[in-house]
Structure formats: structure tokens, C-alpha cells
Design a protein around this ligand. Structure first.
Ligand SMILES: Nc1ncnc2c1ncn2[C@@H]1O[C@H](COP(=O)(O)OP(=O)(O)OP(=O)(O)O)[C@@H](O)[C@H]1O
Ligand SMILES: [Mg+2]
Length: 316
């Protein structure tokens, strides 16, 4: 299990505007630890050109090729090849244990924090190898924020939760304006504008989750990863989060894990269906990507019978 505390700390440490990385091929400097830059002892790494099928005109944020994860000796996920696009909501669906959280954690190197976890294959972010030798995972997580299943606000005021990351990053602008803007973007402002100094822990679960989203966007990430962000929320809070995501995708690229088929169908642009394969001899289980397509296609004309069975509830 990833320690929530460290995840939050990483989540709020963004220093550099995401624009630094956008389209900056090859080897955008933003992912590199500052100590390695210009160091004559560091060998110059030539940018890798990888031929990938099916590229479209849309800008690709993540390009995954044959991505896999093992925990110790156990294979958890294998053979994931997919591109994730800018300013889209990409949903990841599939049965429990098929590797959805494992996959999403690969996208901001959160699996690095799990002892024994190892990633194989490749994951490119705006054309740069996320797992390249010169890439700093802490910097990666500043650009690629994460919102977890359980809201995890700091035991601080509502205001200070949002202001925390910008303050750490030495934000020099109008902090009040930034906090208001982020709370508005997270569809929480009207509910908290008169109680900004109150403890965040006094908010409802749905409000706390929107506060965590406000906190995540306060540091201007490029991508927001969400692992079942609405699973613990009531239908009204869930609707608010879904509406909010439609707004957020104008500014960010979003990857969301969800068990809620209607939610995936309603709000995502693309859907990836993961499934668990089982070795009948050893009973070992691992996740694979069965199908990935436009959400409309996935939910009306999926190519694979397993996808059809899953989304129609005939799973098994
Ligand atoms: N920290 C870990 N250490 C060891 N094994 C892990 C760890 N996290 C996940 N796994 C294993 O990896 C596999 C995939 O787990 P993962 O949590 O990614 O599934 P999931 O699709 O997110 O499931 P759920 O829908 O229940 O959240 C499972 O077999 C799980 O036991
Ligand atoms: Mg999970």
C-alpha cells in the first residue's frame, strides 16, 4: 500500500509550470533532477525514437508500450500498450484485482514507492521515457498529480490545504486569488467561501474530495490521475465530481479508475478495459489490457467478448 502521507507530500510539491514539458521533445528538462543537468560526468543520453502504431493527430500525453508490473515474484500486469491523449478523460475499468491501480501508479511513478514493485516495458510522457535514468520521480509527480479513493486533506484549514503546495513552491502571486480560483474550479467555493479558516477535516467526504482536487490543481499539474475518486461518495457528490471533471479536462488531461460503468460511459472520452488472466495450472493471476477505444465504441460495439460481458454485467 502506498503511504498516503508521502503521496500527498509529493502531490503538492510542484514547482515548475506544466507548460515546461508540453511538446518539448526530445528530453524536456522538466523531469530531470537539477543536479544531473549540465553535469559533465553524466553521459549524454540520446533521445530514443520509438515507432508506435496508431498515432493520431491528437497530442499524446502518455505512450505505453508493453508495460508490465511485478510485485516481488508475482506478475500483476503485463503487455499494456496504449496512448493517452491530452485534454481527454481516459477511464480505466475492469474487475477488482486486474491491475487498474497498478497501471495508474505507473503513470507518475508511484509504484517506485512500493517495495518490490518493478516496472517493465516503456512509458513515455510527452515523448520522454518516464523511467529513463535521468528522470527524477519526484519531479514527475509534480507534473502528474494524483487524487485517491479516500479524501486525504491535511489537518489544516481549508485555505491552507489549497495554499500549501504553492507556498512550498515559493508562489509569489496573489495567494488569495489562487485559492479562490482553485476552489471555484473544484466546484467548492460557494460552499466554503465563508469558512476558509475552518478545519478541512470538518468538511463532508464529498467536500473533502473536492478540496483534494483543488489542492491538486493549485500546483498546476499537467495531468491528474484519479483512482476511484467518487467511490466513497453519495450520488450528489459523485455528480458534482463528474461535472467538475468535464470542466477540468479543458485545462488538464485526466486518467480515472472507476468501477462505475455508468460513470465511465457518461464522462470519459476513451475507455481501457483490463481483465484478469488466470493460469489454470498454477492459479497465478495477472492483469492484461483487453481493449482500448473511444468510450462510445467500447460501450456499444466492443470488439472483445470479455469487454461486452463485463460492461453488460455478464461478467464471469
Ligand atoms: N503493494 C502491493 N504489493 C503486492 N502486490 C500488490 C500490491 N498492490 C497490488 N498488488 C497486487 O497486484 C494485483 C493488482 O492489484 P491492483 O490494486 O492494481 O488492482 P485493482 O484493479 O486496482 O483492484 P481494485 O479494483 O480492487 O482496486 C493484485 O493481485 C494485487 O494483489
Ligand atoms: Mg484499485
Amino acid at each position: 500500500m502506498v503511504a498516503a502521507g508521502s503521496a500527498v507530500a509529493d502531490d503538492v510539491l510542484l514547482k515548475r509550470p506544466a507548460a515546461d514539458l508540453l511538446g518539448a521533445r526530445p528530453l524536456p528538462p522538466g523531469l530531470h533532477p537539477p543536479s544531473s543537468l549540465g553535469d559533465p560526468r553524466m553521459p549524454e543520453v540520446e533521445p530514443q525514437e520509438v515507432e508506435r502504431p496508431g498515432r493520431s493527430e491528437q497530442e499524446i500525453v502518455f505512450s505505453l508500450a508493453n508495460l508490465g508490473v511485478t510485485y516481488g515474484k508475482s506478475l500483476a500486469l503485463t503487455g499494456v500498450t496504449m496512448d493517452i491523449y491530452k485534454h481527454q478523460i481516459t477511464a480505466i475499468i475492469g474487475p477488482s484485482g486486474c491491475g487498474k491501480s497498478t497501471l495508474i501508479r505507473c503513470l507518475n511513478r508511484m509504484n517506485d514507492l512500493i517495495p518490490g514493485a518493478a516496472v517493465t516495458g516503456s512509458a513515455f510522457y510527452h515523448g520522454e521515457d518516464l523511467y529513463g535514468p535521468r528522470v527524477d520521480p519526484v519531479v514527475v509527480r509534480r507534473h502528474i498529480g494524483m487524487v485517491f479513493q479516500r479524501p486525504n486533506p491535511f489537518p489544516k484549514s481549508i485555505y491552507d490545504n489549497v495554499a500549501f503546495g504553492p507556498r512550498i513552491n515559493g508562489f509569489k502571486g496573489d495567494l488569495d486569488e489562487l485559492v479562490e480560483r482553485c476552489l471555484r474550479q473544484a466546484a467548492l467555493w460557494d460552499e466554503v467561501k465563508n469558512s476558509l479558516r475552518k478545519s478541512a477535516l470538518a468538511l463532508s467526504g464529498g467536500q473533502q474530495q473536492r478540496l483534494c482536487i483543488a489542492r491538486a490543481i493549485a500546483v498546476e499539474p499537467d495531468v491528474i490521475l484519479m483512482d476511484e475518486p467518487a467511490s466513497a461518495l453519495d450520488p450528489i457528490s459523485t455528480t458534482k465530481i463528474e461535472d467538475l471533471m468535464q470542466e477540468l479536462k479543458e485545462h488538464y488531461s485526466i486518467v480515472i479508475v472507476t468501477h462505475n460503468m455508468q460513470q465511465a460511459a457518461r464522462m470519459s472520452d476513451k475507455t481501457a478495459f483490463l481483465y484478469t488472466e488466470v493460469d489454470q495450472g498454477t492459479s497465478e493471476r495477472w492483469g492484461i489490457l483487453v481493449e482500448y477505444d473511444a468510450t462510445g465504441v467500447m460501450f456499444t460495439k466492443p470488439c472483445d467478448k470479455r469487454t461486452e460481458d463485463y460492461i453488460s454485467g455478464r461478467f464471469g
